[in-house]
Design a protein around this ligand. Structure first.
Ligand SMILES: *[C@@H]1O[C@H](CO)[C@@H](O)[C@H](O)[C@H]1NC(C)=O
Ligand SMILES: *[C@@H]1O[C@H](CO)[C@@H](O)[C@H](O)[C@H]1NC(C)=O
Ligand SMILES: *[C@@H]1O[C@H](CO)[C@@H](O)[C@H](O)[C@H]1NC(C)=O
Ligand SMILES: *[C@@H]1O[C@H](CO)[C@@H](O)[C@H](O)[C@H]1NC(C)=O
Length: 538
């Protein structure tokens, strides 16, 4: 099946479900299989069926990139700055398993996937972390991005409910194992999943009082692991966590004007509370831990270049608005202390206000920006509410498009990954961030392509081409003077995708579910290793 991948979206669509399912108490799994194609994905499928991009284009594009990778013009590992991180990433809810082991409490996602045994066991990273660290070492990476499960260390989310020693020990062991193998731990504190009890008892991030619990949890992490962990990401893609959970309302959009619906107010409350949570723990880290522990604390966002659909001023303005609504929504408060003006204007009273103290706390609360980049999209002016939410925001009066007015795409369509490949979009996004926020520290925290439509997932040359082209784009930005400190391929291992289970084969290590979850390096893993260990790819 041809399927345009809206990666970031897909990875969390079910988070969305998780939260509403708690309210609806319905069988989400069934729903998920049926109607949970994101509307924008359907849109893309329609676009694709009429577009002329085919196998030839993909193959030619791959070949030319792979030739380039073999040439002396491809930037060598040693041309990157000293201390540059080359890593790979995962998240706890996508690989750990051991959901009912070692005293772990349930997370919101456990409810959604309780019927899916693969979600419950996942790739058994919880049991096999030692072996997995050896795989990472073999891969040649000098860093590994992973997330800690809040409900594994604090089962009901509150200190009052108690700390789980076994959970604490698991991450102690993982961190030590990484460091013993010269792999820098790059740790995410909140990656979509959080304690179910907090959702049930206080309404999760809709309730401002979650900030206190998030602070307690984070303080425990800084105290326990901060002597060894020097790179903290407070949260992963908070804007998507808010958008899909609320404004998109699981794709159950009413025809009602967004401004009058509950979810279109809640979306801003949730992100507001996420930002206050971020700033609160960042302040805590900076005031109590940073001088002694000498680490960095930042946030990771989902990135895209938004390109006007046409040269009409309306579309140019729409692209600019969506940039403010998606990226400015998170980054303007963190750098300047408040939401973008255009959001105040268009969202009005639904957009919460920060107090003076909060503004002060927010400003300068991030040492780095983590960038999760997969592909880019066009943006068209759309004054009417449409049924195309995805990363669009109704209040921005803009919708994303795969094709522009002339029928062109951004980059080439990769038939194996079922996605567009547009490294220039990463480069341009980096330049945008650099200019707007005055040369901040940046890490590429996620970048990758699925092996969806591929006979043998071990033969993933298309992924080699994809990753190489994005490493090349990263290097181009560094050559321009940007402060980029690392590149993390997504993902180290096949991860459980919140919509597609394991069918995307995102991992550099393929997991064989028919043979005791054996980890097998793909062609791309072998290429990455060669590249990283300077084992002459040329
Ligand atoms: C690149 O080099 C490798 C070995 O060094 C070779 O196997 C591969 O075929 C080359 N690819 C292209 C497209 O030239
Ligand atoms: C928010 O949390 C507090 C406890 O901290 C609780 O008393 C209150 O009912 C919660 N509000 C909602 C709307 O759930
Ligand atoms: C918006 O909706 C109105 C009324 O349904 C319609 O007349 C108008 O053409 C629509 N505008 C666009 C850009 O689709
Ligand atoms: C590699 O980066 C350079 C800019 O430094 C760019 O001109 C070139 O097109 C890139 N190549 C690929 C295959 O993306």
């Amino acid at each position: 099946m041809e399927k345009m991948e809206i990666l970031s979206s897909l990875r969390i669509t079910k988070t969305v479900l998780a939260i509403l399912s708690l309210v609806l108490l319905s069988n989400i799994r069934v729903q998920a299989q049926g109607i949970l194609l994101l509307p924008s994905e359907k849109q893309s499928q329609r676009d694709l069926s009429t577009s002329k991009i085919g196998e030839g284009a993909t193959t030619n594009a791959h070949d030319s990139i792979l030739k380039f990778v073999n040439s002396s013009s491809f930037p060598n590992r040693e041309t990157f700055p000293r201390g540059f991180f080359f890593g790979a990433g995962t998240s706890a809810p996508q690989i750990e398993g051991g959901s009912h082991e070692g005293g772990r409490g349930l997370g919101i996602l456990d409810v959604v996937y309780s019927g899916d045994n693969k979600y419950v066991t996942k790739i058994e990273h919880y049991q096999r972390y030692k072996e997995d660290v050896q795989r990472l070492k073999h891969l040649g990476v000098n860093s590994y991005r992973f997330s800690i499960s809040w409900n594994r260390v604090i089962p009901d989310g509150t200190l009052k409910g108690g700390v789980n020693k076994e959970g604490i020990e698991f991450y102690n062991n993982l961190i030590n194992e990484l460091l013993n193998n010269d792999i820098e731990p790059f740790v995410t504190i909140l990656h979509f999943d959080y304690p179910l009890a907090l959702q049930q008892n206080i309404g999760g991030f809709l309730n401002r009082s979650i900030v206190k619990h998030f602070k307690d949890y984070s303080e425990l992490l800084f105290k326990t692991y901060g002597d060894r962990v020097k790179y903290w990401t407070t949260m992963n893609e908070p804007e998507l966590q808010a958008m899909y959970n609320y404004m998109d309302n699981l794709g159950h959009l009413s025809t009602e004007d967004c401004a009058t619906t509950k979810v279109c107010t809640e979306v801003y409350t949730v992100l507001h509370n996420l930002l206050i949570s971020h700033a609160t723990i960042s302040k805590l880290y900076k005031s109590k831990f940073q001088t002694v522990q000498e680490g960095e604390i930042g946030i990771a966002i989902s990135a895209k270049s938004f390109v006007p659909y046409s040269s009409k001023p309306q579309d140019v303005d729409a692209a600019q608005r969506l940039i403010e609504f998606q990226f400015g929504w998170v980054l303007e408060p963190l750098f300047k202390g408040d939401y973008p003006k255009i959001m105040r204007k268009l969202v009005g009273k639904r957009l919460p206000e920060f107090t003076k103290n909060e503004k002060e706390m927010l400003k300068g609360s991030t040492d780095f920006i983590g960038i999760n980049y997969y592909f880019s999209l066009f943006v068209r002016h759309e004054p009417n509410r449409t049924k195309i939410p995805a990363s669009d925001n109704f209040d921005a009066l803009a919708v994303t498009e795969v094709l522009n007015v002339e029928g062109n795409t951004l980059g080439y369509y990769d038939q194996y990954g079922c996605s567009y490949v547009y490294p220039e979009g990463l480069y341009n996004f980096l330049l945008y961030i650099n200019k707007k926020y005055k040369n901040p520290r940046i890490y590429i925290t996620e970048n990758g392509i699925p092996s969806f439509n591929i006979p043998n997932p071990l033969k993933d040359e298309h992924r080699t081409a994809y990753i190489a082209a994005h490493i090349n784009a990263t290097k181009a930005a560094i050559n321009d003077g940007l402060n980029v400190g690392g590149y993390f391929a997504w993902a180290a291992f096949d991860t459980y995708d919140f919509d597609d289970g394991y069918s995307k084969h995102m991992g550099l290590y393929h997991i064989n579910f028919d043979d005791s979850l054996k980890r097998i390096p793909t062609k791309t893993a072998k290429w990455y290793k060669k590249y990283l260990t300077l084992d002459s790819v040329h």
